[in-house]
Design a protein around this ligand. Sequence first.
Ligand code: UDX
Length: 441
Amino acid sequence: MNITMVGTGYVGLVSGAGLADFGMHVMCVDKDAERIDKLNAGEIPFYEPGLEELVSRNVKNGRLSFSTDLKTAVNRSLVIFIAVGTPDDGSGQPDLSQLYEVGEELGEIIDDYKVLVIKSTVPVGTNRRIKEMIQVKLKKGLKVNIVSNPEFLREGSAIEDFMRPNRVVLGSNSQKALAIVKDIYRGLYLIETPFVVTNLETAELIKYASNAFLATKISFINEVASICEKIGADVHQVAKAMGLDKRIGPKFLHPGPGYGGSCFPKDTLAFAHLGKTVGSPVSIVEAVIEVNRAQRLRMVTKAEDALGSLQGKTIGILGLTFKPNTSDVRESPAIDIASTLLSKGAAIKAYDPEGMEEFKKAMGDEKISYSSTPYDVAKGAEALVIITEWNEFRSLELKKIKSLLANPVILDLRNIYEPEIMAELGFTYFGVGRGITKAAQ
Ligand code: UDX
């Protein structure tokens, strides 16, 4: 089967390459000619483990190609997946302009029956609006059907999530379109992936409700962590014991500097907005958003607790991406934390294995000195703050780090080290939800 994938961002590229691996012939289309040239030259525009191999394997076997030519791709495809970005428009609402632009173009191009599968995360009602928009532009007698197929890929493990999803959600009011899309995913039946087949609005809401719920777990455990710090409890043991209750589950109960990324911050805002718009406010999600904002700032308070005034102090940051195994810094807690540290007069040295280029772009003119190793960051710094739990930060040579730091203070915002061991090594160590451990005198 021939498929067009519109958009070569995380979702589009991973899904396009994944569908090619399932045996489909996929043409990935993007209006960004430079990006397409790079993809044709074998360059992947972002870091995602395993993606380069998956793309190159399917390009070689002739099932995956890249083009800027939407018309040619659409003409030869029965199914068109749309995975263009719907970033925050600056007011907390998803900006749907890219999606509508593609819809307009498709209305003019389509000359036969097509199934449009929307993967982009969109506010409830958008799939139906896109269908109406395209339908009025089509030549008389032509028809398209829409399927909402929200993605649940996690950056860093996107390929695994695509190949072995927890579930596939398909929303449509057309049995024919559903049958066609189910056939595309038939490989997943072999591994008994559950399929939830429903209407458009339900599929759209499933995505928001799922992400908002996961974000709620994170904000919840972050508030528990704050209480732990006050009363001398250990948040990891609390989370572990909570998670052993099968009704709660152990995942997404890891405390930290707050959630970030391209999904949770945007989706929680959009979900809260939806609630208000339809007259059913989701106060829990509104609180989750507020707790997450406060959590980032609370991390800076930890630095002040450790160092007093930050004016003129040099702080080393390890980890700039919103999570490990990605180069993505969108809504990364490191952006808020670094900006607040700078506004309080601190100087910053930073290192990230994959995210430094993106971080430089995100911070604009802000003065940060970038280092090529964690040890360069530590050199002369008055505190070392670990913001992202990259594997290479889990096995630092701590004695060396201590000898390089001007002050043996570590703020471990992902709790990757054990407080007692850090104290034995002579650090003043701050975790999240585990109290402060001072070096043995
Ligand atoms: C998320 C969803 O998991 C995925 O299903 C959805 O479709 C897209 O959004 P992603 O943004 O890649 O995926 O990252 P995820 O692993 O979910 O983490 C999101 C944020 O929460 C990260 O900043 C992470 O550090 C943070 N997090 C996650 C915690 O702070 N604690 C946890 O226990 C889990």
